[in-house]
Design a protein around this ligand. Structure first.
Ligand SMILES: Nc1ncnc2c1ncn2[C@@H]1O[C@H](COP(=O)(O)OP(=O)(O)OP(=O)(O)O)[C@@H](O)[C@H]1O
Ligand SMILES: [Mg+2]
Length: 331
């Protein structure tokens, strides 16, 4: 792991124990670099939240990591005892969860919640300082600091979401994980919040994992993007690369199914639905819906291919010859 990487995930698999057992993430590998926005996209049920829950050590009791390794800020993260994970939470890693809209405590003011988080992790801070920080944090996410004394129900959805982001940033973590932080908001507020996150990220230098099913959003804000399908990461590449030449037929379908911010085009959509995660199809998991399907895709699991030196990777038989070319080139 180089200095550049903050988080490295290698071959991560996660199962929820049933019955039925569901392997919601299968052999996922990627890294998140310092100071980047890393986007994670894929249709509902493909395992995004599960992957995030494993990364933040917040899997529910029936979920477990069955394979793989996560290196985070120099630590073998999955081996860290829970007490240390708790100490790292907020300080090194924080989560704005998919249900963030409802995860502010309704009976404590917004300011008190931020102050509590600060005091729990930095007990040397005075109460006065902590309240000043809470106001400054709200200002930073463009919420009027008078709302330190407001309760969640007194805030609009957008303001609640901004308050959650302020809390996530309160202890200046290295990594902020945002699981569909804005999907419940109207598009104008979504865009404002996302641009705010980008600006703060540029000022403060933290890394972000931004989860969404909205590709057009990621293609405008993320530095690099991973695409998940049926529990697997099928493509990882830079925003530029995915904008210009997305490799996986699924990625292309996803991009085409969202209207572009820049041009007017109609939604195409990907026919069919994702497969059951209880019994994923043999071969390539996408073959039943793939417009570019080869005979072998029905039975042979595609290996991951590296398409360029910048780490554009894809899991698709269409690129099987790419590595052969690379090997010939080396010989
Ligand atoms: N606690 C759980 N117990 C059992 N199965 C679960 C649990 N949570 C999720 N799953 C299953 O794991 C799979 C992946 O779900 P997950 O919530 O990670 O997907 P997602 O990509 O975040 O979807 P969405 O876009 O709807 O948020 C699904 O098949 C889901 O039904
Ligand atoms: Mg989810």
């Amino acid at each position: 792991m180089s200095q550049q990487e903050l988080l490295t995930v290698e071959g991560l698999s996660v199962t929820y124990y049933g019955p039925p057992d569901v392997e919601a993430v299968h052999e996922a590998s990627f890294d998140v670099r310092r100071g980047e926005i890393f986007g994670l996209a894929g249709e509902s049920g493909c395992g995004k939240t599960t992957l995030i829950a494993a990364l933040t050590r917040l899997l529910p009791d029936n979920g477990a990591v069955t394979a793989g390794r996560i290196m985070f800020a120099g630590a073998d993260w999955l081996k860290l005892p829970p007490s240390e994970v708790d100490a790292w939470r907020w300080r090194k890693i924080s989560l704005v969860s998919q249900s963030a809209m409802n995860s502010l405590n309704p009976v404590i003011s917004v300011g008190e919640q931020i102050v509590d988080a600060i005091l729990a992790h930095q007990p040397q801070t005075s109460k006065r300082e902590a309240w000043d920080r809470a106001r400054a944090l709200l200002r930073m996410v463009e919420v009027d600091p008078k709302h330190v004394h407001s309760y969640a129900h007194e805030l609009s959805g957008g303001m609640r979401q901004r308050a959650m982001i302020a809390m996530a940033l309160a202890l200046e973590p290295d990594l902020v994980v945002m699981d569909e932080p804005t999907t419940a908001l109207d598009v104008v507020v979504q865009a404002q919040i996302i641009h705010q996150v980008r600006t703060l990220q540029e000022q403060l230098g933290f890394s972000v994992i931004f989860v969404t099913h909205d590709m057009s959003l990621l293609l405008s804000i993320a530095d690099r993007i991973a695409i998940m399908y049926a529990g697997e990461i099928v493509e990882v590449g830079s925003r530029e690369r995915l904008n210009r030449e997305a490799a996986h037929p699924y990625t292309r379908g996803l991009i085409e199914s969202f209207p572009s911010v820049f041009e007017r085009k109609s939604r195409v959509g990907i026919p069919g639905a994702p497969p059951s995660m209880v019994t994923p199809p043999p071969g390539c998991r996408f073959h039943l819906r793939c417009p570019a399907r080869l005979t072998m895709c029905d039975t042979v699991v595609p290996e991951e291919r590296v398409l360029d030196a910048a780490g554009h990777r894809v899991r698709c038989h269409l690129y099987d010859s790419v590595e052969a070319i690379g090997q010939n080139g080396r010989n």
